[in-house]
Design a protein around this ligand. Structure first.
Ligand code: ZN
Length: 272
């Protein structure tokens, strides 16, 4: 029995507006969606919320909050929490931020991230929006996220949210195979994560990778042992959606989006 499929809207963002993506998910019977905030803003929050509700789609996450090393992080994260609450998102994904311009101090960035999450967590809790720290592959440590392993993310979760024993954690992780597949500690850390896994993101790692940000592969086209990681994730008790998230300037963003969605469905069944 496969977990249900969700589409991260980055996957078709070059071809379709959010309204078209919502419609596409409904037509292709993809029951979950995880939108990016710029696309929500373009459509307007209320229209996005109505269209998603009208099609009974589950919002498996809102991308993204975070960037705690940027000057406007407080206001931006407050807005992100409100938007996630309005959309009924199962979590707000945090891409935590890297080094501010001119900095060589990654430890400082990491402590700013820690303090930032500590500060917004009570607001997120009050709004009923779980926060999901997404560890990013170390190649993105400078520009996007200085939290790079599941272990680092879970250390923060356990320190800031230690008393939480509810079924739904206020602070957890978004586990993206693209970012964590290489980690020798992955199996043990997935087990440790347990109910803190709030989202599970799928794609594949292409060889060669031609672009550090926008050359993700479709499941089955790369080197990630997706069935193995799935066993670990399900073994840890995760029963949420599988979310396909593919940034692909050179391939999937150039294709007919209906073909992209059909391929996501087929590969989800066959390759993950
Ligand atoms: Zn992701």
């Amino acid at each position: 029995m496969r977990l249900k499929l969700s589409l991260n809207t980055a996957t078709a963002r070059k071809q379709w507006t959010l309204a078209q993506i919502i419609d596409g998910c409904a037509r292709h019977d993809i029951r979950g969606i995880s939108p990016w905030r710029d696309q929500v803003a373009q459509m307007t929050l209320s229209k996005a919320q109505k269209a998603i509700a009208a099609n009974s789609l589950t919002v498996t996450g809102l991308c993204r909050g975070g960037f705690f090393t940027a000057p406007d992080w407080r206001d931006d994260n407050r807005r992100a929490i409100e938007e996630a609450a309005t959309l009924g998102a199962r979590c707000l994904v945090l891409v935590v931020g890297g080094l501010p311009s001119g900095s060589k101090d990654i430890e400082k960035s990491r402590s700013e991230v820690y303090e930032g999450i500590a500060e917004i967590l009570p607001e997120a809790r009050k709004a009923g929006v779980p926060l999901a720290i997404e560890p990013l592959h170390p190649m993105q440590a400078a520009e996007r996220a200085c939290i790079n392993t599941l272990e680092q993310a879970l250390d923060i979760c356990e320190e800031l949210d230690e008393a939480d024993t509810s079924a739904q954690c206020a602070l957890g992780v978004a586990l993206d195979v693209y970012h964590v597949w290489w980690d020798p500690k992955l199996e043990a850390q997935v087990k440790r994560a347990g109910k803190r896994i709030l989202a599970y993101h799928l794609c594949d790692w292409l060889v060669p990778t031609r672009d550090l940000f926008n050359d993700r592969g479709m499941m089955g086209d790369g080197v990630i042992d997706l069935p193995k990681i799935r066993r670990w994730v399900e073994g840890a008790g995760y029963a949420g959606f599988d979310e396909v998230e593919i940034f692909s300037e050179l391939d999937w963003w150039k294709r007919d989006p209906d073909e992209v969605l059909e391929t996501c469905k087929e590969r989800h069944l066959r390759c993950t």
